[in-house]
Design a binder for this molecule. Sequence first.
Ligand code: GLC
Length: 337
Amino acid sequence: MPNQKLLDALTAAEAAIAEAKRFASEIVPAPQPPLKAIGDIAKLYRRGLNLGDMLDAPAEGAWPAGKLAAADFDFALAAGFDHVRITARSHAYLDNGRIAESWLDRLAWACAQAQRVGLRAIFDPLHHADKEPFNGFAQPDLLAQLWHQLAARFKDLPGDWCFELVNEPKAPLDGKALNGYLAKALAAIRAHNPTRAVHVGAAINNTTDIPPHWKAPADSWTILQGHCYLPGPFSHQQESWAGNTPKRGWDGTDAEKAEIRAQLDKAPPRWPGPIHMGEFGCTTKADQASRLRYLRFMREEFERRGWGWTVWNIRGPFGLTEGGKFQPGVAAALGLE
Ligand code: GLC
């Protein structure tokens, strides 16, 4: 014989949980701020933290960084960052060519968390779009199509937040294919977000080495997003996805610095607008003294050029935190203390 009181209590509890979930995923519609020049928006993004390897894992929680938590946003704010970058693998949740609403709710929850603590965000919902089985770089029209849905759903994000069209383009999404995709995705976004700042990559893997065939999109609300992991055999040493290269240090010699500066110097003559460094960092497999020296140098180089930056990553193979705190020396290297 079922216990009616118990059943009633369970029903009430379920209703409360459903209500809490609905509330947790709600984005607070924000009025668009008065129209600002793109350079003014870029200046709001000085020091940021990537919340990567979580929503962009093949399934959230499948990678060592684990699941994205509300506490990650509190940490980012308390650590002194002014923004986060939210990377997500939305294309892993397709249902008849559309992203499942339950996944969009999860993204909305993440955005609501950034709003709750008062951090801005660079929103990159198609991270790792090149990976199998989706292989999105071979189907840019589908990627642009997904932006119709994303841009409509997320149009009420604060007017000074940024969307990001593609992470680390590479063949076959390069050259003309990349230019074509950026134009189509921007058109999809502009239907609902006429002055939304949009991050675009120009070169393979978002380096600042812009190829000669690059044509900047005819859209004045764009920011170039660069990534820099030079030298790769140092920043990605011993990592399986980067060729398992041997252990090595980074001493900050003139030659080591010159290699990085030479690549960073290539962007400004080719891109007159704002530049933001959306990723840089180093695996925890490097010795920590080299790693901290390298992080400090990179950060200072970006700041010297007047570029904002977003360091990779809160946790995971490139993680900068342990037990919810920065590893010793990281805050100083990033100029956050
Ligand atoms: C990349 C990606 C990121 C990756 C990191 C380190 O190029 O954008 O997902 O984990 O850099 O390799």
